[in-house]
Design a protein around this ligand. Structure first.
Ligand SMILES: C[S@@+](CC[C@H](N)C(=O)[O-])C[C@H]1O[C@@H](n2cnc3c(N)ncnc32)[C@H](O)[C@@H]1O
Length: 239
């Protein structure tokens, strides 16, 4: 079976690679990377599993922090780029829902990939299984406020003022989103859906932050201050 997904990732891979470059796209570069690096550096993590690693940028960041990495992703073209940039790296074709790791990682990371996974319950169960007791699950995700936006999201009201419309917040659903040659599916789920699944595994919440931009373009940053785009959560598996 072709492991490439019909969610737009195979077709969007080339544009995604351009969009990320080595510094990451706007949200990664000016909002998420700094607080994500703070969570991995100097913590004594020896190995990490990056679930939905894409073209491997965060694996390379983890390695620079002295952490051995395994990246897993279902999009062949992104894995090919990851291997090209990091020929000695460990990159595997697969989905979160069906991966098979047994309590072997100090750290499991999902960097903006939970919104891509159709079966969240199965994905989280596999991430928890991959963690050793006492291990850390580090998640950067789009907020559920943001994912409740499409198809409207940012639109101009009748006075021409930019507004962000949220609707059907409690309804889990998938939407196509497109920008600069990328066209993919993102899942919306209420925040309680994520929290309940993580709590049901007995994980303990150690950190919850809604990072704001540092540097970048003031006009773009103003939108991030009006509507929270991202959150970072760190959960610990009981020892
Ligand atoms: C928004 S990208 C994030 C990539 C990378 N983590 C980063 O931050 O640059 C989401 C990634 O999730 C992957 N993905 C899609 N469905 C997945 C699944 N079921 N399990 C694991 N990864 C998946 C996509 O191929 C894509 O690489």
């Amino acid at each position: 079976m072709n492991e490439d997904v019909s969610d737009g990732w195979a077709e969007s891979a080339a544009a995604w690679i351009v969009e990320q470059g080595e510094d990451g796209d706007y949200g990664r570069r000016f909002v998420l990377d700094a607080p994500m690096r703070e969570r991995i550096e100097g913590r004594g993590f020896r190995n990490a599993l990056d679930v939905g690693c894409g073209e491997g940028r965060f694996c390379r960041i983890l390695q620079r922090a002295g952490i051995r990495t395994t990246g897993i992703d279902p999009t062949e073209a992104l894995l090919a780029r990851a291997r090209e940039l990091d020929p000695n790296g460990d990159y595997r074709l697969g989905r979160a829902e069906t991966m098979d790791f047994d309590a072997e990682f100090d750290l499991v990371v999902s960097y903006l990939s939970l919104i891509d996974m159709p079966d969240l319950a199965a994905s989280i169960a596999k991430m928890v299984a991959a963690l050793r007791p006492g291990g850390t699950l580090l998640i950067a995700n789009l907020t559920s406020f943001l994912t409740a936006g499409p198809p409207e999201g940012w639109t101009r009201d009748s006075d021409g003022v930019l507004r962000f419309a949220i609707d059907h917040y409690m309804e889990e659903r998938v939407a196509w989103v497109s920008w600069r040659g990328i066209r993919i599916q993102n899942w919306h789920r209420p925040l309680s859906h994520y929290m309940t699944l993580l709590l049901d595994h007995g994980l303990q919440l150690r950190l919850f932050v809604e990072p704001t931009p540092a540097g970048g373009d003031p006009g773009r940053n103003a939108l991030h201050l009006r509507v929270p785009y991202f959150h970072i959560m760190e959960w610990q598996k009981p020892a």
